[in-house]
Structures are given as structure tokens and as C-alpha cells.
Design a protein around this ligand. Structure first.
Ligand code: SF4
Length: 113
């Protein structure tokens, strides 16, 4: 249990100093994936699209489309392909436009269909 929670119960303060100060407990939060593009190929991109329950991943021709706004950070893609997918560690994902949350990850040239 995070210390800030216990401290808050004692003092009656229920919020942390975030975002003025980094929140250490954020390190244990699940975060969206990051991709090692050089390890992707068309088959793997298709497989990632199939395991993603929120349809945040799909392949379009020679590009893996990653909709960060749809990702729930469930980790299924990382479990399916640990050689190509890692946790990003990034949880501050606010954007001023929805389209900025959609990432296009080019597949390596030799891996294209
Ligand atoms: S973490 Fe889950 S929701 Fe996000 S892209 Fe991977 S499989 Fe999809």
C-alpha cells in the first residue's frame, strides 16, 4: 500500500503533490506498450492486432497502427510478443487532439508483405 495513502488517512489529506512533484508510486502503474520496430513484421503485427481486446492495434499495409487513446494498458500485446513489445513507462498521455494519440509504426522494409 502506498505511503501517501496511509499518510493521507492520518492527516486527512487525500491527494498527493502530483503533478508539482513526481509521484513515486506511478512507477508501479501499468502503462501502454512501446514497440521495438526492428523486431516487428507483418505476421507479428497481425497477431498483436488479434490479441488486443480494445482494438488499439491493427496493421495497415506496411505500418502498425497504435491507438494510444484506445489502449487500456492490459499488457496482452507484451505477453504475446515480449521480444518486440515492452512497457513504455509513460502514463501522462493527455493530448489536445485525438489524432495525436494514433501512432504509425513502420514495419522494417524486409518484413513487409
Ligand atoms: S496493452 Fe492491451 S489494450 Fe494496449 S495495445 Fe496492448 S493489448 Fe491492446
Amino acid at each position: 500500500m502506498p505511503l501517501w495513502f496511509i499518510r493521507g488517512l492520518r492527516r486527512g489529506v487525500v491527494t498527493t503533490r502530483y503533478p508539482a512533484r513526481p509521484e513515486p508510486s506511478a512507477a508501479s502503474l501499468p502503462t501502454p506498450p512501446a514497440f521495438r520496430a526492428e523486431r516487428l513484421n507483418a505476421d507479428l503485427a497481425d497477431r498483436l492486432g488479434r490479441v488486443c481486446p480494445s482494438r488499439a492495434l491493427r496493421r495497415e499495409e506496411d505500418v502498425l497502427i497504435f491507438d494510444v487513446g484506445a489502449c487500456t494498458a492490459c499488457g496482452r500485446c507484451r505477453e504475446a510478443a515480449p521480444e518486440a513489445v515492452t512497457a513504455s513507462g509513460e502514463f501522462e498521455l493527455a493530448a489536445t487532439a485525438r489524432a495525436r494519440l494514433v501512432k504509425r509504426i513502420p514495419l522494417p522494409r524486409e518484413a513487409r508483405p
